[in-house]
Design a protein around this ligand. Structure first.
Ligand SMILES: Cc1ncc(COP(=O)(O)O)c(C=O)c1O
Length: 369
């Protein structure tokens, strides 16, 4: 057998949330509710889908590689120049591009202990040294992360708000990190859940302000969450044009497919849809958090479209039992949190299904203190 690169021996694949189709196949269930990947339970904006269908007749053609119309629209939206925007196959691709563009083996990458796991996976693939900094109250400890940087640090990853803990860092904390980190280190603010956190007083105003002030900052956003377009795979980064130029140079030639580019252009205009998605999420999240609390879960504050909860029984056991009831949640063993689960916020009907399943699963079980 041909040996892969040595660093790949320590790389473990990302475990995505279980799909509805796989649960239907494996357990023979008809109706399955998925609350495992922080998707928008309302689905996509109808206006975005109309644009997607309109693009059908162009599917025989290659898309334009730089996604120029979407890039220009994002630039207007964020009041930056188009060259500051790099569009990717999900923000996941931007994470990959950052690691491929900036990490030599043995370079250092600073992440947070229970921060979004893709950061350390991708950095390890490049042979970089990943430094994991403990959290404080399930929140990134940015002063400690700043302290962990050195002249060898190339990337500092901060998901804000964070997946899976649902917590966020303030404008002041982020500003202090930017002031304290070496200018030779690139700070990556992953704002996948931005729309759910934007109204919280103190949540950072990263675009365009912070990116204009710091040429060692990248802000990432995605169409996968509040815009409801996870299946189309579109995310983007905003940074100094010199920096995005490196990412543009190494991306796949046609990384974002053509109907996805059209759909996202319309999605960006449909602010009313995003507003409704956030309002539904706010109301449902409060009720899910209350309901879980009443059933003995320890539920943290969330600035996102999911809740992070300590389960009264081991997380994987609960996950498996809920699967048999047709409800998919996310166990967090891969984050080193065997007693926690992450539950995406669904529609009112989906959340009712969650609680009906939980009642059945937890009835009569010996619950740990
Ligand atoms: C913090 C964070 N960043 C990035 C992503 C990847 O999103 P995308 O669908 O844009 O690749 C996710 C998805 O769950 C996420 O939670």
């Amino acid at each position: 057998m041909i040996a892969p690169r040595r660093v790949l021996r320590d790389v473990f694949p990302y475990q995505p949330g279980k799909s509805i189709a796989s649960v239907q196949r494996e357990l023979g269930l008809k109706s399955v509710v998925k609350l495992a990947s922080n998707e928008n339970p309302l689905g996509p904006s109808p206006k975005a889908m109309a644009a997607y269908r309109k693009a059908e007749k162009l599917n025989g053609l290659y898309p334009e590689g730089t996604s120029p119309e979407l890039r220009a629209a994002l630039a207007r939206f964020h009041q930056v120049e188009p060259e500051s925007v790099i569009v990717g196959n999900g923000s996941d691709e931007i994470i990959r591009l950052l690691c491929e563009a900036f990490l030599d083996p043995e370079d250092e990458v600073v992440v947070s202990q229970h921060g979004f796991i893709r950061f350390k996976q991708q950095a390890s693939m490049m042979g970089a040294r990943v430094i994991e900094v403990p959290m404080t109250d399930w929140t990134h400890d940015l002063p400690l992360m700043a302290k962990a940087t050195s002249p060898r640090t190339k990337l500092v990853f901060v998901a804000n708000p964070n997946n899976p803990t649902g917590t966020y860092n303030t404008q002041e904390e982020v500003a202090q990190l930017l002031a304290a980190a070496p200018k030779t280190a690139l700070v990556v603010l992953d704002e996948a859940y931005f729309q759910y956190a934007a109204a919280i007083p103190g949540y950072p105003k990263s675009l365009p302000e912070l990116v204009r002030e710091h040429d060692n900052l990248v802000v990432m956003r995605t169409f996968s969450k509040a815009y409801g377009l996870a299946g189309l795979r579109v995310g983007y980064g905003v940074a100094d044009p010199e920096l995005t130029g490196w990412l543009d140079r190494i991306r796949m030639p046609f990384n974002v497919n053509l109907p996805a580019q059209y759909a996202c252009l319309e999605a960006l205009k449909d602010g009313a849809f995003v507003k409704r998605a956030v309002a539904v999420n706010d109301a449902q999240r409060a009720s899910v958090a209350r309901g879980l609390g009443d059933m003995g879960f320890g539920v943290g504050e969330s600035a996102t479209n999911f809740v992070f909860a300590r389960s009264p029984i081991p997380g994987r056991e609960l996950f498996k039992a809920l699967l048999r009831q047709g409800v998919i949640v996310r166990p967090l063993d891969e984050y080193g949190l065997p007693h926690h689960i992450r539950v995406s916020i669904g529609t009112s009907a989906q959340n009712k299904a969650l609680f009906a399943a939980l009642k059945k699963v937890l009835a009569g079980r010996k619950v740990e203190a």
